[in-house]
Design a protein around this ligand. Sequence first.
Ligand code: LER
Ligand code: MN
Length: 270
Amino acid sequence: MKSCVTIALVPAIKTGPWIYWNDLETSMAKAAALGFDAVELFTPAADTVSSSQLTDLLGRFDLKIAAVGTGAGKVLHGLTLTDPDPQIRAHAVAFIAAMMSFGATVGAPAIIGSMQGNIAPGVEKEQALHWLADGLYQLGNHAETLGVKLIYEPLNRYETNLINDLSTGVEFIRSLTTNQVVLLADLFHMNIEERSLPESIRKAGSYIGHVHFADSNRRPIGFGHTAMDEVAIALKEIGYTGYISAEAFPFPDSDQAARQTIRSFKAYFG
Ligand code: LER
Ligand code: MN
């Protein structure tokens, strides 16, 4: 398994669960100095950072991009894949597709978390899930062309009323007509929604393609009450070899959160 830390370059979500949220180059230098394998990047748009600049930085710091986040499409532009307005859904698909193309230039898949949206008032759940499936079908095809996966993330009930746990996520992915979509197991959302974290991980098995590494209170692992030893055993048991990416609050500050994260990563996966 590979270690990863998040960098958010979207000022509007500065208070979110991201370890680093300042300058890209400085954050990458810090991640590299601590020995992280990769960074996960949240940018306001697909063209915020040029691919050549990013490739240069990755080479300089010997880092990979584990994934790119797409949440800015919702936070900055109000776009989701389940908006009742077909034009907004089309814009959401276009926004995510552009992010995917950007990520793919450095071999990184994109994550669909908050961009999945919500079942709007007056809309049937079946209809909303159909819109989501249609968006993922289009984006799955785009992913195939680019040679990357597409990561779908169940979120806790306070963030979406669509899909909240891994088993519903697996069922949904299995129903899709694209096989490019993998599941994101975010340990913070799971702490709210799952009966047992290790049991859910074992059941989801090879559908899991990315992990967000955060404790029960969304602070870095070790600062909450998640039984991480059991989670780590389950991830090893299913043969997970992907990224363990710290999407956690910069508590007590970015530098200490990053240090705590790499310490925990080494303790459980080193
Ligand atoms: C995105 O990865 C996520 O987990 C959301 O909760 C961010 O708000
Ligand atoms: Mn997450």
